[in-house]
Design a protein around this ligand. Structure first.
Ligand code: GDP
Ligand code: MG
Length: 165
């Protein structure tokens, strides 16, 4: 059985925990629970002829990131950087975290997720900004942990990228 560790990273309250709970347990809650430390979830992804066990590390927010032990990142095969479409600054935070990770453990497959698509009328992140990022070769997926929109696709695509590597 192939096992791959992936990390969820992004600013406070962008929806990291909600995306994992939606994907792993098909659940969504409006209640806010700050993740303390790290929560580890498992999920199985079936690609064409391989089953992959994803070990999903849900780290706490960027403010505490400096204090996240580097050993949390160690052994990661992929990363999901999450921004919240309704808060523009969270995009810069996600991109900054990507720099930190790459400077720490080197380049690994990743996807940039812009979450809270169900609140699109309140979005501060401009589609053109996302288009620019895409043009530089980054995969950007817009999701809603609330409705489940595109959530499964994120984890499947990242798994595929890790296996193709
Ligand atoms: P984390 O700090 O990044 O783990 O964020 P959480 O997953 O705890 O979510 C923060 C808050 O945003 C919670 O109140 C969630 O219910 C809410 N939330 C998360 N994802 C979505 C989404 O896709 N749509 C909406 N409307 N709210 C969301
Ligand atoms: Mg959390």
């Amino acid at each position: 059985m192939i096992k791959k560790k992936i990390c969820m990273l992004g600013a406070f309250a962008v929806g990291k925990t909600s995306l994992v709970q939606r994907y792993v347990h098909s659940l969504f809650s409006d209640k806010y629970h700050t993740t303390v430390g790290v929560k580890i979830e498992k999920a199985q992804v079936r690609l064409e002829n391989t089953d992959v066990d994803l070990i999903i590390w849900d780290l706490h927010g960027e403010d505490e990131f400096q204090h996240v032990r580097l050993s949390y990142l160690k052994g990661s095969s992929g990363c999901i950087y999450v921004a919240d479409g309704t808060r523009k600054t969270t995009l810069a935070t996600a991109l900054n975290l990507k720099e930190i990770v790459e400077n720490t453990i080197g380049k690994i497959p990743f996807i940039l997720v812009v979450n809270k698509l169900d609140l699109r009328d309140q979005w501060e992140i401009d589609p053109l900004t996302l288009e620019d990022i895409r043009e530089k070769g980054t995969i950007v997926i817009q999701t809603s942990a609330k409705t489940g929109d595109e959530v499964k696709e994120v984890f499947q695509l990242l798994t595929k990228k890790m296996m193709d590597k």
